[in-house]
Design a protein around this ligand. Structure first.
Ligand code: HEC
Length: 159
């Protein structure tokens, strides 16, 4: 009887772990509000990593502003070559000259979303989460497109 209880309890623990793990893996739709909720509440981006070749505060170029930090989730980080795995997200914090956070720009790789341009869902957020631009903005795609071989990513080189 003791043994059975132990077995049942262990099974219960395993099942709950599986449920928790699959809930964490549930990625948001290609939708600006759902994505904001995901990167600020479900899996806060500040707990993510940096690319090994682009850590912490870095100098940036127009149009993104003079300073930035780029956070990447595990799906991006574990991509050893371009294109990155689906579900990859990059969150870029854009700072002004006095290193004050101004704007947040995001790239989210969604299967089938935009095959013509790397399946990226693009968003430019204000700090309160309001999306000023989102979806397939021509500007984002055109400029990042010069890096299409590197999966539209600028701050990290795939070998
Ligand atoms: C005129 C060129 C240009 C445009 C337009 C542009 N970007 Fe970028 N983007 C860059 C450059 C250059 C970088 C490298 C970091 C830096 O210099 O700030 C970058 C970096 C990024 C990154 C960090 C990930 C990476 O590519 O390495 C994100 C996320 C991003 N941009 C999102 C956007 C979004 C969203 C838009 C449209 C709203 C956009 N960008 C428009 C040039 C551009």
């Amino acid at each position: 009887m003791r043994k059975l209880t132990v077995v049942l309890t262990s099974m219960l623990i395993v099942f709950s772990l599986v449920i928790v793990a699959s809930a964490e893996d549930k990625m948001p739709e290609a939708n600006a509000q759902a994505l904001w909720n995901y990167i600020t509440k479900v899996s806060p981006y500040k707990t993510w990593s940096f690319w090994p070749d682009h850590k912490g505060m870095q100098k940036g170029r127009a149009p993104h502003g003079p300073w930035h930090k780029v956070y990447v989730n595990d799906k991006a980080l574990n991509s050893s070559k371009a294109p990155v795995h689906y579900g990859a997200i990059e969150v870029k914090e854009n700072y002004d000259n006095s290193k004050k956070l101004k704007v947040i720009t995001v790239m989210y790789k969604v299967k089938g979303y935009n095959p013509a341009a790397g399946d990226w869902f693009w968003v430019k957020y204000r700090l309160n989460g309001k999306a000023d631009k989102f979806g397939k903005p021509k500007g984002c795609i055109r400029c990042h497109g010069v890096r299409a071989d590197n999966d539209y990513i600028s701050v990290h080189e795939f070998k």
